[in-house]
Ligand binder design. Sequence first.
Ligand code: 5GP
Length: 201
Amino acid sequence: MDKGRLIIFSAPSGCGKGTMLAEILKDERFRVSVSATTRSPREGEADGVNYHFLTRQQFEEKIENEEFLEYAQYCDNFYGTLNSEVDFYLEKGIDVILEIEVQGAMKVMRKRPDALSIFIAPPSVGELRRRLKKRGTETDEVIEKRVAEAKHELAFAMKYDYVIENDALEVAVDDFFRVIRAEQLRSDRSAERMLQIMMSE
Ligand code: 5GP
């Protein structure tokens, strides 16, 4: 059985990444890694489902014990990908999506060069701010911090294998599956299939 694929999926906050992921995860070939964070849960978020919510001390202990594939600081909080959320599933042939910001993404690209990386961009900064306000989970000050962070993150888009603009949800989700399909058809992933074809009469 083929191993699963590690997929880095980054998008500035407010790009509609959550809605896109909800659609993608209807397909059972994919799972999203549940990150650890020191940020407080938002209303409706559950521990172990959206994040593993940790205290700063618990997070630091996990750093000490080398439990993270990567971790980064974002808007005053720590976020990190636990090794235990990744390798077990890849071995089972499941594609694991890492929903992470750009600093963490750069670290994973270095550590796991075979990972597929996809950046989700908003149609405009104005639209991004409007979406964040509509969500209503953050104060104006935090929203402006996130907009500034988003502008900074957009500069990293070119480091990713693919960039998908999320203007219309269906189009963006469709683009994601097209990227996955194209990756499956890459010649360097087709050796086993070519052998099967050669042996078949
Ligand atoms: P939020 O607070 O909106 O849930 O997430 C803030 C940012 O942290 C988002 O860009 C999200 O992708 C990123 N993030 C979530 N989990 C991780 C993680 O495990 N590692 C890194 N580097 N970033 C993460």
